[in-house]
Design a protein around this ligand. Structure first.
Ligand SMILES: NC(=O)c1ccc[n+]([C@@H]2O[C@H](COP(=O)([O-])OP(=O)(O)OC[C@H]3O[C@@H](n4cnc5c(N)ncnc54)[C@H](O)[C@@H]3O)[C@@H](O)[C@H]2O)c1
Length: 255
């Protein structure tokens, strides 16, 4: 039996690289999946893959930054799946224009905090009553290893948003733990998605960066999906309030 057998999982950003890998893995592990994304076609593609392997999934459009849109999406997900046990707050943006606090533009900060941080708050706010009604469950948030490390190529709004998600994760865990809801966060290093590949245009750029990585490679979407699945499942029943770094060892390697 899969580790998420009979569970009902809502995943935001499920049309993206990591979200899609998680949606497929959660479904393989037995969960029904509500695949939420602002890009409906991308969510539909993930859903088609799940349904082709005889899973059960539905695509739901939403802008996570918009509270009313989030409220509607959660209600729809609960209606389609018959409830919610698991929320994976995965949707996030990392715009290239986001650099140092020194040249920060207010609109850019508002946009990044709106999607990454407020999006997490909105979905948690509306999904929590459903998870409580189900008798408990799990919320997995998406932080980043940049929440625990500075970076010489700054992305300050993104980094701040992910640090706030780490802090929010601990606060939510304390509030929801007594009610049977565990809340943890993933803090991945670079995962080789189209997004991140742009930062490493050639072999030399990759080689320089990978010199820091004891495991000698970037992460994969499967690496992240596996940890999300573990934290969503009862296999991690005594883990809450944790921000778990998965980065091939980069953050423990002082050069
Ligand atoms: N890729 C990495 O190296 C890496 C590392 C650490 C953390 N992360 C985090 O993992 C998450 C997923 O990243 P990814 O690499 O799969 O990126 P991605 O761009 O492939 O996927 C993000 C998905 O979120 C959706 N999205 C964006 N804005 C949205 C909004 N307002 N409302 C609803 N959906 C929206 C996009 O349409 C996309 O499908 C993000 O939170 C990202 O910050 C990624």
């Amino acid at each position: 039996m899969g580790s998420l057998q009979g569970k009902r999982a809502l995943i935001t950003g499920a049309g993206g690289a990591i979200g899609r890998a998680a949606a497929l893995l959660f479904a393989r592990e037995g969960a029904k999946v509500a695949a939420v994304d602002i890009a409906l076609d991308a969510a539909e593609a993930a859903v088609a893959e799940i349904n082709a392997m005889e899973g059960r999934a539905w695509a739901i459009p939403a802008d996570v930054a918009d509270e009313a849109s989030a409220e509607r999406a959660v209600a729809r997900a609960a209606e389609l799946m018959g409830g919610v046990d698991i929320l994976f707050n995965n949707a996030g943006i990392m715009p290239h224009e986001d650099r140092s606090f020194e040249d920060a533009e207010a609109a850019q900060w508002d946009r990044i905090l709106g999607v990454n941080l407020r999006g997490t708050v909105h979905f948690s706010k509306y999904a929590t009553p459903h998870i409580l009604a189900a008798g408990g469950g799990a919320i997995v948030n998406m932080s980043s290893f940049l929440a625990v490390l500075g970076c010489s190529y700054p992305q300050d709004a993104y980094t701040a948003s992910k640090g706030a998600i780490a802090a929010l994760t601990r606060s939510m865990a304390v509030q929801l733990g007594p009610h049977g809801v565990r809340v943890n966060a993933l803090a991945p290093g670079p995962i080789l998605t189209a997004h991140v590949e742009k930062f490493f245009p050639d072999e030399e750029a990759r080689r320089i960066r990978l010199a820091r990585y004891p495991l000698g490679r970037f992460g994969s979407t499967t690496d992240v999906a596996e940890l999300a699945c573990f934290l969503a499942s009862e296999r991690s029943a005594w883990i809450t309030g944790q921000v778990i770094v998965l980065d091939g060892g980069a953050s423990c390697n002082y050069l």
